[in-house]
Design a protein around this ligand. Structure first.
Ligand SMILES: [Fe+2]
Ligand SMILES: [Fe+2]
Length: 263
């Protein structure tokens, strides 16, 4: 009988901890001491003012988006950004995404935003599978904030660039470009038509787009846009802690996207 020599797999790692603490007896509330550390963040009033002014600068740059800029962004994002990944992974990334123009979320994450929508939908008995998918996926394109894209190309509301024939249909208009179009380009083949449409157009400035809606757009505005907008915009708060947990929706996402997709 052959006896194999088994080498021990354990390794010994020596870790030396060398913390040295100096006790000064100073009180933490001592203003002089506080100054010497340098306060890590500003006072709430200054924070709010900075957030507001930076948000309006981003919105101004978004409004200035030209047709050439939109075409360049379409071209830029023909290639993968995250690679082939499970959609669930991208949803988890929303926990790291902050919309720097959202004065109602005021720094709360996009994942919290999604859960606040789901909470309200479930409380009102409106959590159909289509609406739950819309809640989970509509802001998925905001992962571009983590990929180095300028915020003015990721967030804000979209208006048509140029003028078009009345009733031409939104698909034949060039709108400003943001997370809507990016998410639509990645998800459209996996979603019911109305949900894909909602992902693409959920942040349009409706009064500016209304003249261009065709029959399909008008039907989807009533069936998806208006009811969803109520949850999307009406549930945002940096204070409301939702009861639902994102994991509760993992099986729905894995059923809708059984394989990783290119994002
Ligand atoms: Fe959005
Ligand atoms: Fe949203």
């Amino acid at each position: 009988m052959r006896v194999e020599k088994i080498l021990p797999r354990t390794a010994i790692v020596n870790v030396e901890l060398t913390h040295e603490w100096t006790v000064t007896g100073a009180k933490l509330r001592d203003p002089a001491l506080h100054r010497s550390f340098g306060p890590p963040i500003s006072e709430p009033k200054a924070l709010m003012a900075n957030f507001r002014s930076s948000a309006s600068e981003i919105e101004e740059r978004h409004r200035a988006q030209t047709l050439a800029a939109v075409l360049a962004l379409r071209e830029k994002y023909r290639v993968p950004v995250l690679g082939r990944v499970p959609v669930w992974t991208a949803i988890e990334m929303l926990a790291q995404c902050i919309d720097p123009t959202d004065l109602r979320l005021f720094g709360a994450s996009q994942q919290l935003h999604v859960l606040q929508i789901l909470d309200a939908m479930e409380n009102e008995g409106a959590a159909s599978e289509e609406f739950v998918l819309a809640a989970l996926l509509h802001d998925l394109g905001k992962v571009l904030l983590l990929a180095g894209e300028a915020p003015e190309n990721v967030v804000c509301f979209n208006e048509p660039i140029g003028t078009y024939a009345p009733g031409i249909g939104l698909d034949r208009c060039v709108l400003q470009w943001n997370h809507d179009e990016f998410a639509y380009s990645r998800l459209k083949d996996h979603l019911p038509d109305g949900v894909a449409w909602l992902v693409r157009y959920h942040s349009i400035a409706l009064p500016k787009c209304e003249p261009y809606l065709d029959a399909r757009d008008r039907a989807y505005v009533e069936r998806y846009f208006r009811p969803f907008a109520r949850y999307d915009h009406g549930t945002k708060s940096p204070y409301h802690v939702p009861r639902r947990r994102i994991q509760d929706y993992r099986s729905l996402i894995e059923r809708t996207f059984p394989s990783p997709i290119v994002i």
